[in-house]
Design a protein around this ligand. Structure first.
Ligand code: PSU
Ligand code: MN
Length: 321
């Protein structure tokens, strides 16, 4: 298996790249990494498995090979077959793993869905340049007391991957998250907009400096960053839901307020916070938030596929250094 930087056979058995993905990478074809926490902890069963397949399909339709990433029975897998995808969606023993959890899950032969941070790490290690998800983790509201900031942010500061997302989840402190991304040198570019998207809603109300209007423009920025020695750091492409597909703004405000109250009332902390809030939303918006969540992930998967295809086109025939 052609895994970048892996020399020992013991390493190679801890990280397995699916044949289709390995082949695409070796041939310089377009590949898009997909996270699995959204499948196991972010979307309700039984819809999650069908949606996971649809996300992969959206990547394929854009001309790229999907590589959903997760740890299955002690092996970090880049690209899941049907059995592994089903296991992640349906099994009760699937943990939520960020970067720091990976070693434990693998050493103990366990299974885990990977967060944006962990997925980005494994994808980069396999040589994948594009990654699609729903919304990034970030600084939680009340972080001044709780210090709750997703490891997604620091991971992006030192992982060379472009993440297409619909901003950060609206349950978070959005302006604080944007400030942290700035401190961490993680660039944010709006896709077709200078308004930072608000996950379920098109516009979070916060502006961003940079905008790109086509996959080719994003690919040009990625290439320029590579040329300047910035390829070891992440790039965030913020792709908003069109206004007519967003969650009703009033409904969003009301449910968010209730969700945060319930979070406090139940004393939920740590990595349970995000799944709790997303689940609360899905149950209290009569499925509207779920539909918005699915739409935005599919759109992000398609755009990541287009950018990956654009990058692959540019690379063909070019000197491999
Ligand atoms: N985006 C979604 N649904 C999700 C997530 C993102 O649309 O479930 C997940 C991602 O895996 C992200 C994680 O990395 O939530 C953030 O969790 P935390 O806040 O505990 O770092
Ligand atoms: Mn957290």
């Amino acid at each position: 298996m052609d895994v970048r930087g892996l020399t020992h056979s013991s390493d190679a058995s801890a990280l397995e790249v699916a044949p289709q993905v390995a082949q695409a990478l070796a041939g310089g074809a377009a590949v898009v990494a997909l996270e699995s926490t959204i499948i196991s902890h972010g979307l309700p069963r039984p819809d999650n498995l069908r949606i996971a397949r649809e996300i992969e399909e959206a990547v394929r339709a854009a001309g790229a090979v999907p590589a959903t990433i997760a740890v299955v029975d002690g092996v970090a897998r880049v690209g899941l077959d049907e059995a592994a995808l089903t296991a992640i969606a349906e099994r009760d023993d699937v943990a939520k793993a960020s970067v720091r959890d990976l070693g434990f899950v693998v050493a103990r032969g366990g299974s885990a869905a990977t967060t944006v941070a962990a997925t980005a790490h494994l994808a980069e290690r396999a040589g994948i340049r594009l990654f699609a998800t729903g919304g990034l983790g970030g600084v939680h509201r009340g972080a001044r007391e709780s210090w709750d900031e997703s490891a997604d942010l620091v991971a992006l500061a030192r992982t060379g991957i472009t993440v297409v997302c619909s901003g950060v989840k609206s349950i978070l402190d959005v302006p604080a998250t944007l400030e942290r991304l700035e401190s961490l040198n993680v660039p944010v570019v709006g896709y077709g907009t200078n308004a930072f998207p608000g996950f379920y809603i098109s516009d979070s109300g916060h502006r961003i400096d940079w905008r790109a209007d086509s996959p080719a423009e994003v690919a040009a920025v990625i290439r320029a960053r590579d040329a300047l020695g910035l390829s070891h750091q992440g790039l965030v492409v913020a792709n908003p839901l069109p206004e007519d597909e967003q969650l009703d703004a009033e409904l969003h405000e009301r449910v968010l307020e209730e969700a945060l109250e319930q979070l406090d009332a139940h004393g939920v902390t740590g990595k349970a916070v995000t799944p709790f809030l997303l689940d609360f939303f899905h149950r209290h918006t009569a499925g509207e938030s779920l539909r918005a969540n699915v739409r935005l992930v599919l759109r992000n998967a398609a755009l990541a596929g287009q950018i990956a295809a654009e990058l692959a086109r540019g690379a063909t025939g070019a000197d491999p250094e």
